[in-house]
Design a protein around this ligand. Sequence first.
Ligand SMILES: *Cc1c(COP(=O)(O)O)cnc(C)c1O
Length: 353
Amino acid sequence: MTTAHIRPEILAAIKNTIVPEDKTFGRALFPVIAAATYRNGTWSDLEIKLDTEHAVSAGSVVVQYGQSIFEGMKAYRVTQDIPQIFRPYDHAKRFQRSADRLCMPHVPEELFVSAVKKIADLYTDLIPREHNSALYVRPALFGDDYSLEITPSAGYSFTVHVAPTVPFSVNMKSVLIERENTRAAVGGTGGVKAAGNYAASFLSVQRARSVGCATSIWLDPIEHRYVEELSLMNFFIVKDEKLYTPELTKSFLPGLTRQSILQMANHLGIETVEQPIDINELVADLKKGREIEAFSSGTAAVISPIKSFKEIDGQEFVVGTEPGPVTSKLRAALVDIQEGRAEDLFGWMQNVK
Ligand SMILES: *Cc1c(COP(=O)(O)O)cnc(C)c1O
């Protein structure tokens, strides 16, 4: 698609977009989106339009039954002349796996990648250039049929929204050990980015906030003993100079940041171990004062160091007050590639044009 196909009033809307003062993650959504629709078994061409032009009925399958998935990635322009997106083809593949689980049609890889590139390209001038900031890109796919029938929707919308992110702070965070609620069941949708997973996690995040934690850490759905992930992030610890992360189960999300960290760690000569992490063992190690680093990983914050684990009754097990050396080294190595200061060793970055 060339810019010549975009209506003049849409180009004007992009040009006149005002970046809101409040850039709390997700609040500063821009008005213009990329979109395509699936009708009678085929995808339309990509369209650049206002979000407000994309009507969805309150009687649609997505509203009534939650048939919806999403992705999240970032476009960077810190040192780059042409913005670059981190691993868009891998996000496209994961989007297809999520679609399979929810009985939705695949968005072809080319349609997905051209949509995320196009919208980031059109908003190039509003991509923040400060260290630790980027344009957040949010593809979504949902059943938009006007129907209460309990079957997969026949029609779908594919949309891509964008929002600037504030420079991410590397503040140490506390996390609640969620021993009561479960995020995902065995055989459920925890391994894909299904919208309903997030609605189901809100209650736990509220519990976490009530005891001064940023979020909760989820345990496995059977024994409530092995760490799975955080609500939008995967989990790592560093112990005896080795980097540990839970081995993939089907009940938590295989993060691309997680996979990138493992790849980078191997490249840096850090030994990596994917195996179950027992929360009780971890707590016992912290009580003994063993030297441990803990962090979470995800597109939004890349790597976010964990200060402490808390129980709902307020008991706290402190990891540390500063990001550990391995945490900092991995974070810098990843962010240097994303922000264009280091060689793109693994072919992760794609120019938007
Ligand atoms: C998106 C997400 C992650 C992190 O995935 P990235 O590809 O690294 O952004 C982890 N857990 C959940 C539940 C997620 O939705």
